[in-house]
Design a binder for this molecule. Structure first.
Ligand SMILES: [Zn+2]
Ligand SMILES: [Zn+2]
Length: 270
């Protein structure tokens, strides 16, 4: 099969490799779509090798079950789905608490394996995945669904952590309407009754935020924090989600948040 592999620091190659072999608890997916994440360009730019073998990139994966492992023979060949990217154990203290991104199986400070960043990922014709990482998507378009595995998972994780602050009548601010932020706006509108205020340096991104359901938009820059305070009767927003991670975004997030609540931020769930 063909696979897009990182073969040396900064070098991507389309190579022909064997179709992966399955363990008893695995599924073989025929890849329908694989997203490109900022982490992929980060990995490509690393000055050192990711491991001792070529690595197939791609951790936003959608596809169809092609073959099933012997212990998961009840899974349905032909079913369509996306791949949950924390290949965690599912049984440790953190996994059982819903924090699979800090699964303890790989060690206290190690991240659980993530396809395309350790095990081979989805920029290939086929990918081997643990059966418990398969999430059915019904008839959703593969290309539209693949980024849900990461670009939607990340803001979902951040929003879930702030749900107790996101009550009706409150205000949620999303800073940065890019790959994560434009999904965050939609999630906030779907999951909460808060007023959603989108902030970006680019007017086109603010137009996207409006199309995604944002109640208000605000151009980032001097005076943005004061404008947020103004729109919240001087109270500050109940939750501020930073999807940029720059110093300027943090400097806006802190004064724009209600007291003791400005520490709610987005973060990479993987
Ligand atoms: Zn990613
Ligand atoms: Zn675990």
């Amino acid at each position: 099969m063909r696979a897009m592999q990182l073969t040396a620091p900064g070098t991507l190659e389309l190579r022909t490799v064997p179709i992966p072999e399955l363990g008893p608890d695995d599924l073989l997916l025929r890849v329908g779509a694989a997203g490109i994440c900022h982490s992929d360009s980060f990995v490509l730019g690393l000055p050192y090798p990711m491991g001792d073998r070529p690595l197939t990139l791609g951790h936003e994966i959608a596809g169809t079950i092609e073959t099933v492992g012997t212990a998961v023979a009840d899974r349905v060949v032909g079913e369509r789905g996306i791949v949950y990217l924390c290949w965690s154990c599912g049984v440790c203290r953190e996994c059982l608490g819903g924090n699979e991104n800090v699964c303890l199986a790989a060690g206290r400070t190690a991240m659980p394996p993530c396809p395309g960043l350790g095990p081979d990922g989805g920029m290939a014709e086929y990918v081997r995945i643990p059966a418990r990482s398969f999430v059915p998507i019904g008839d959703l378009d593969f290309a539209a669904a693949a980024p849900l595995a990461d670009a939607a998972l990340t803001p979902m994780h951040a929003i879930r952590g702030a749900m107790d602050q996101l009550r009706p009548g409150g205000t949620a601010v999303a800073i940065g309407i890019g790959g994560l932020g434009h999904v965050a706006v939609q999630l906030l509108k779907a999951l909460t009754e808060t007023t959603v205020l989108a902030v970006d340096v680019d007017p086109d991104k603010l137009a996207l935020a409006t199309a995604c359901g944002a109640d208000h938009t605000l151009l980032a820059g001097e005076g943005a924090a004061a404008a947020i305070l103004d729109r919240t009767d001087g109270r500050g927003a109940e939750a501020v989600f930073d999807f940029v991670g720059s110093g300027a975004a943090a400097e806006l997030a802190v004064p724009a948040g209600a007291p003791h609540r400005a520490d709610r931020k987005g973060g990479h769930a993987g």
